[in-house]
Design a protein around this ligand. Structure first.
Ligand code: FES
Length: 403
């Protein structure tokens, strides 16, 4: 990571940022935590997943709308704007609809305005400002390749199971991951606290393998039958075809249900690993609360502590294994419930409330709530089964066997 700085313009004012970090991280370090607003109620939104999944960080960058700023590096002279300037209009539109709610049938949705054509046309013009996205840019930088790459196997996700799957597959293998190096979500966090274990030796094998092509900083954005995937990387869009697709994409963070659970400053451990371990977000002296239990709970607490944050770790179950080590490292460990509410100051997190106590904090990491990722297999026709013990829908085993 370079130590130099660049100046960008945010809302027409100069902002000095460390070079090499994302726009979202740079704004955070400058005290700017509200990046967008929810379309319906205009609630503040801040960086959350840091992996291009949620859309909370979408802003207008150099005139281009809908840029995910958690994935966009700062460059000198870059112009960054909050794009949802239509929120006041959206709110008015929502209020008008609510005023007529007594005569609007249950289940009413804006798609009902598909007829008559005249009303539909007028309403479609209103939908974009209503959602707050604003005007489209004049051009897009994405281009789509018309030639498909062909592989025997495509493995999606380069965590431990993805790397093991790629190494055991025969023929040509494409291993796709949205991070720049193989190793998975926790790898960079483990490196930061000097806990190198299995991922490092596996990732070295991946890099030196003759039959595996590693596509880093690449996301699978859609799946088609039969065996067709659409990929997005810094070079734009491309397609890949494979006889076999292996899904090893792991889990997605969930914050859980409580009052104000959408405030900027609340995030899951995977977002934290990307922002703090990968992008080196400065959290020195920041008051942070880590809630939950399990591997991600401890890894989050140790990572933040190693980066100089003031960490209070609140265990929600009896998980005594690492209490002594954590306390000796300067982490305040206590027990308590999961959050029941969050409090805000100027639209960003200022405190987290548990059942019987509350803690002041600017950042709160909620662990133990992740759900299995399943979006691409679902697009490819996989059946899903709800499994509350695993925290969400899981992919039907029969589809896994066929894939
Ligand atoms: S997409 Fe950037 S924070 Fe989720």
């Amino acid at each position: 990571m370079e130590n130099s700085h660049v100046t960008i313009r945010f809302q027409d004012k100069p902002v000095v940022c460390r070079s090499g970090i994302s726009v979202a991280a740079a704004l955070w370090e400058n005290g700017i935590r509200v990046l967008s607003h929810s379309p319906k109620y205009g609630r503040p939104r801040g960086v959350k997943c840091a992996r291009g999944h949620c859309g909370n960080c979408m802003m207008r960058v150099n005139g281009q709308p809908n840029v995910r700023t958690c994935h966009t590096e700062v460059t000198a002279g870059m112009v960054v704007e909050v794009q949802d300037t239509g929120v006041p209009f959206g709110r008015t539109m929502q209020q008008s609809l609510e005023a007529f709610s007594s005569v609007i049938p249950n289940g009413f949705y804006y798609k009902w305005f598909t007829k008559p054509a005249l009303v539909s046309k007028a309403f479609i013009h209103g939908i974009r400002p209503m959602t707050g996205i604003g005007k489209l840019g004049s051009k897009t930088s994405d281009s789509t390749s018309t030639n498909h790459s062909v592989f025997d196997t495509v493995v999606i996700g380069a965590g431990i199971s993805g790397m093991e799957t790629a190494l055991s597959a025969s023929g040509s293998v494409l291993l796709v991951d949205d991070q720049s190096t193989p190793g998975g979500q926790r790898f960079s966090a483990l490196q930061q606290i000097e806990q190198l274990d299995a991922p490092e030796s596996l990732s070295k094998q991946i890099i030196s393998s003759q039959h595996i092509t590693f596509a880093g900083d690449t996301r699978v954005v859609a799946g088609y039958k039969p065996g067709m995937l659409l990929l997005k990387s810094g070079d734009g869009l491309s397609t890949v075809k494979a006889k076999t697709i292996k899904w090893c994409a792991g889990k997605l963070d969930r914050i859980g249900l409580f009052e104000n659970n959408d405030l900027p400053g609340l995030m899951g451990p995977r977002g934290l690993y990307r922002l703090v371990a990968k992008q080196q977000l400065d959290v020195n002296n920041c008051d942070v609360v880590v809630c939950g239990h399990g591997r991600d709970f401890w890894l989050s607490a140790f990572l933040l502590n190693a980066k100089g944050a003031n960490v209070t770790a609140v265990l929600d179950v009896d998980d005594k294994d690492l209490i002594e080590t954590a306390t000796a490292s300067g982490i305040t460990v206590t027990t308590g419930t999961m959050p029941v509410a969050a409090r805000s100051n100027n639209g960003t997190l200022s405190a987290i409330k548990l059942e019987d106590t509350s803690y002041k904090c600017k950042l709160c990491i909620i662990t133990g709530n992740a759900k299995p990722a399943y979006d691409i297999p679902y697009q490819l026709g996989a059946k899903l089964t709800l499994d509350p013990a695993r925290g969400g829908f899981i992919i039907d085993r029969k589809w896994e066997d066929q894939s």
